[in-house]
Design a protein around this ligand. Structure first.
Ligand code: HEM
Length: 136
């Protein structure tokens, strides 16, 4: 059940967000946008046969994604969520799918896996922003 903070319902939160949790959320959102941009950038280089240094192919995306997962896991506790919430468990499953499809797309130059990864990414954003499953 959500709380009413300053007349507005704090969606799905067990307690009002602290400034630390707001900063963590801002970081998480920045990392979430970055993962999508880095994925598009790598796909563009790889699918068009352009050179891609190890820094951009592996290190920067890997560091971004480890921080994204870690900030997401921290947010669950800091903002009083539970992995039993449907939007969160479905989101986690979709994140695993997005990562696996991304690896398949980039390593094998698989266009279908690339398209599917983008669809999953959009669905993850929808889940995060609305906290509704939307399907089923
Ligand atoms: C591709 C990966 C991910 C993307 C694109 C993503 C995206 C987002 C976005 C855009 C928000 C902000 C929602 C809002 O402003 O209301 C958010 C919040 C959140 N995310 Fe993620 N996320 C990802 C991975 C994860 C993972 C792996 C976890 C958990 C382990 C996680 C847990 C959370 C939590 C707990 C919130 C805060 C919800 C709230 O209290 O408002 N996220 N995510």
């Amino acid at each position: 059940m959500g709380l009413f903070v300053g007349g507005k319902r704090a969606a799905g939160l067990a307690f009002p967000p602290s400034s630390m949790s707001r900063a963590l959320l801002a970081l998480h959102i920045a990392l979430a946008v970055n993962t999508g941009l880095l994925f598009l950038f790598r796909a563009w280089r790889i699918f068009t046969g352009k050179a891609l240094s190890r820094l951009w192919r592996r290190y920067i995306p890997d560091i971004n994604d480890v921080l994204l997962l870690a900030s997401g896991a921290l947010l669950v506790f800091v903002r009083g969520h539970s992995f039993a919430e449907p939007w969160l468990s479905v989101k986690l499953g979709c994140v695993v799918g997005y990562i696996l499809l991304g690896i398949l797309a980039l390593r094998r130059r698989n266009g279908f896996a690339f398209a599917l990864a983008l669809v999953l990414y959009a669905y993850i954003l929808l889940l995060a922003l609305t906290k509704q499953i939307w399907i089923g």
